[in-house]
Write a protein that binds this ligand. Sequence first.
Ligand code: HEM
Length: 378
Amino acid sequence: PFLTYAKLRKTDPIYRCLFPDGQYGWMITRYEDAVEALKDLRFVKDYYKLNEDEMAHRTAFDQSMLFSDPPDHKRLRGLVQKSFSVKMIEEMRTRIQEITDELLDEWSGKTSVDLINEFAFPLPIIVICEMLGVPTEDRDKFRIWSTSLIEGPDGDFADEIDQHMDEFFQYLSQRFEIVRRSPGEDLISQLIIAEEEGDKLTEQELYGVVMLLIVAGHETTVNLIGNTILALLEHPEQLQLLIQEPDRIHSAIEESLRYNGPVEFSTSRWVSEDIEFKGKAMKKGELIIIALNSADHDEEKFDNPEQFDITKEKSQHLAFGKGIHLCLGAPLARLEGEIAISSLVQCFPNIKLQMDMDELEWRPGMVVRGVKEIPLFL
Ligand code: HEM
């Protein structure tokens, strides 16, 4: 999509388009416009407040912070914000390193692996399961359910998606019962206590926030790890530099987030009233997509945006969004990414892709940007 983005940034940066579901909306592709749109509260997240006649279709997932506006958004985010602060996440460093080392130990003696299935997926899902207090053995179920949420809805598979969502709901319902009987120190226990206190969170919102944390907690980080390794393999001199100078890991991850951000189109919003935005007349109910990967390649903002360069100093990329919905999990994703990539390239400095870059299969859907498998020779 990068060529199309470049063209749109030049010719029609706030582009009126017809989305696949037949709905008209706008795609924002320049950095400055993206920042303004992300901060503009006339663009809202809660579709059902604008379309009350469709309220019957609203799921628990739709009631999470990601799809809420103030004041609900602040209340919902406030319940978990502290657990994701830089300070709290830093305390998890040793445990994240341990999980990473265990996963990489399993590679010893092997000559080839699939980076996604054997590393990039298990690491973040184990971490978020431990934070929430759910058994890590159930991680393959979460993968199936969240893939459904991310890659659907696709007409043919609609029944299957509904079935997965029912299973996800049933699973959580059983889990919540166990936690209600004997709460612990984990996040689900904290949320259940908040729910039982009455006015902080409804039962539906409880399901919504846990589903969101499971899905957001791993889907994106898998692709951060995968996309970073792909960028390093595509630029072997940068991989060598990182192996020789491991302190460059922070800027390597920030550059990877800018160059090949894991979130494609999930930053959608709705126009809450008839408005004018940057000279464009927008109508109430229209969809807005803020194309983060386009903003992060804007030549007005970044020097040589098409160049992957881990020596760049500070990067003001938008991979985690901006404004009130700025990614809650950014400190966790950064720490996981840094530990994962650093350990991987130090332990296996000779990794090679088993196929050409253009043979990799990208994941369908418009929410995340990442490939299905990355077969490597070690
Ligand atoms: C929101 C990206 C990892 C939890 C967001 C948003 C972006 C994003 C762009 C804003 C969406 C919008 O404005 O519409 C990413 C990327 C990640 C990542 C690129 C990894 C590299 C994580 C992790 C977690 C997480 C590890 C949690 C465990 C969330 C939550 C929100 C969010 C809860 C909603 C925040 C709100 O609505 O206030 N993420 N994310 N993310 N992310 Fe992440």
